[in-house]
Design a protein around this ligand. Sequence first.
Ligand code: LMR
Length: 400
Amino acid sequence: MQSLFSPQPAEAGDAIFALVEAFQNDPAPHKVSLSIGTYFAEDGSIPVMRAVRQASDMLLQAGKPHPYLPIPGSAPYRNAARSLVFGTDSAEPERIVTVQSVGGTGALKLGADLLRRTCPEAEVWVSDPTWENHGQIFRQAGFAVHEYPYYDPATATVRFAQMQAALQALPAGSIVVLHASCHNPTGVDLSADQWDALTALFARQRLIPFFDLAYQGFGGGLDADAAPIRMMARAGMECLVASSFSKNFSLYGERCGALHVICRDEGAADSALGQLKSLIRGNYSTPPTFGAALVATVLNDPALRQLWADELEQMRTRLAGLRGRLAMELAQLTGEPETWRCVEQQQGLFSYMRLSPPQVDTLRREHAVYLLKSGRLCVAGLTDCNIEYVARAIAAVTRR
Ligand code: LMR
């Protein structure tokens, strides 16, 4: 008898997690994982941030019970998450609905499901290229997904004129996914002037911005990375933001995210919250407690918050240093400083290396250096110990 499931073609699986698995199974002692977006400390471990460790000790010591959270999540967590995105002086918080989500991915899916209920005719536009999972999330919510021009491989910069022209031509009510900072996968962000121009364009064309803010604090800093969102919110636009504490709290597996919906007025905010509660209840009922309690404890305690922000800033500047070092090593090894200058100019966890899929393949097979096929390299996987080896491996595959 045929299985219930065999008529469906086998799925290829997720490219990023497949590489993580291949890396774990690779016996090479000198292997280097630069695929998934995870920040590693100098000793190659995933850090437990000092403020998070203190909050964790406090919570475990208190030994509190584990009740259900309210459907939209813990209130101290939601308030702290909102003020991190919009600033403590965030104008009209009653217009902003924030719900706790299962990671940044969960926030994107909740937002997509909400939009599918409220504007089912709309279509979704993502940058070319974008994070692998964006297309799948919005397609699984029932939307048609298209790309707008973003990255120019010839110059390693944004094709801003083409991007503007494409967005200008979209029908009102189109949903446009934007990376607020630390563009994944390219590391190439828009300038403040370009965000200004986009804000005017979105308002004029009545487009719906849906921001992905997964790397707040790793680009220009906590406030700078949220500036494009604050700009569009100030312009009075209705928009959505998926934020995440996976990277900036180093809490990957705790799945701490938040969806923020900026609504026209308080009435619209009530209605959005009601829709979100029903989506959450009909999916996973209520969100998990521990990670959210860690984040809320840190962000709501001035001393712990400062400790956290200082450590995050150290991580950010360390990343910038690693970029500079990689660009310099590659320039020296290949004699082509221009080709690699972009590595230093990009920001966030990723660099889009000028490598073809066969070169990426050779890197993995012959040098045990793992990158995404697109040439996306996670700078946060580099350390003082492996950076020279990685640069030599990249130089070797580009020489062929
Ligand atoms: C990445 O892009 O590597 C991260 O955002 C992790 C993930 O879930 O894909």
